[in-house]
Write a protein that binds this ligand. Structure first.
Ligand code: UDP
Length: 234
């Protein structure tokens, strides 16, 4: 499937039309940003690793009954996906306190949460992706109540599946971000799941194997992404 007109360029990916209006190609870049774009850099071969990691995770999720946009990986950096309309919501799923939960609420990093916390953010870079609640979603007509219920059900199921999948590979799934899209009137999982969008800690040592290595200048960033990829096959 050939890439045609570029529709959108984001921080880490480009989205292209194809000759089939129901399909897009997503190209994964090596660019990395953090802190609302204030920190910029590149992570060597990140695009290739994230494309392949996301392929592995979406294939597993599809096999377990989660509808996703994934069709097939076309090359190192390109993946063929269903052409969805992305819903302007980021869905954050948290098992262990880290990141903004620590910064904003003072919960110590690493504290096991008594239950999974779901949060929504408005996907709007100019506003800094602010956190919103279900009333905001309803008032702004970002999604219907039925769609929100479906998104929450999928997010919790995806958390169960991913947590078990990573646990079997010696990795703790701390938190992650999901994006959903509309394919016709069907809500399906879109975007990517990778060390850019998850916090992944080595279960034995607690070593961070995700984008926090870039955010916090911890070094060995490429090696961490490579390690996650290597463990997927296990
Ligand atoms: N996350 C993401 N994109 C965003 C915001 C968050 O992929 O725009 C992921 C992040 O990598 C982490 C989880 O969502 O795995 C929770 O992020 P948090 O709210 O703690 O924000 P952060 O401190 O990472 O900006």
């Amino acid at each position: 499937m050939e890439k045609r007109e570029m529709l959108y360029e984001g921080k880490a990916k480009r989205v292209y039309k194809t000759d089939d209006e129901k399909l897009f190609v997503i190209e994964f870049k090596d660019d990395a940003t953090a802190f609302d774009g204030k920190k910029k850099g590149t992570i060597h071969d990140k695009g290739i690793l994230n494309n392949k990691i996301s392929e592995g995770l979406y294939t597993m999720l599809e096999a377990q009954g989660i509808p996703t946009h994934f069709v097939k990986r076309l090359s190192d950096r390109d993946v063929l996906v269903k052409a969805v309309k992305i819903m302007p919501l980021e869905v954050l799923v948290r098992n262990i306190a880290a990141g903004s939960l620590t910064k904003r609420l003072g919960i110590p990093e690493g504290k096991q949460l008594p239950f999974t916390i779901l949060e929504f953010c408005l996907k709007d870079d100019s506003l800094g992706d602010p956190q919103i609640n279900e009333d905001h979603i309803r008032a702004m007509e970002l999604a219907t109540d039925e769609q929100v219920a479906e998104i929450k059900k999928y997010a919790l199921k995806i958390n169960e599946l991913l947590s078990a999948f990573f646990k079997a590979r010696g990795i703790t799934l701390v938190d992650f971000k999901l994006e959903f899209g509309l394919y016709g009137d069907q809500v399906i999982l879109a975007d990517e799941i990778s060390p850019d969008t998850c916090r992944l800690w080595d279960a034995a040592t607690g070593e961070k194997l995700d984008k926090d290595r870039f955010r916090r200048d911890l070094g060995n960033v490429e090696e961490a992404y490579q390690e996650i990829f290597n463990r997927l096959d296990k």
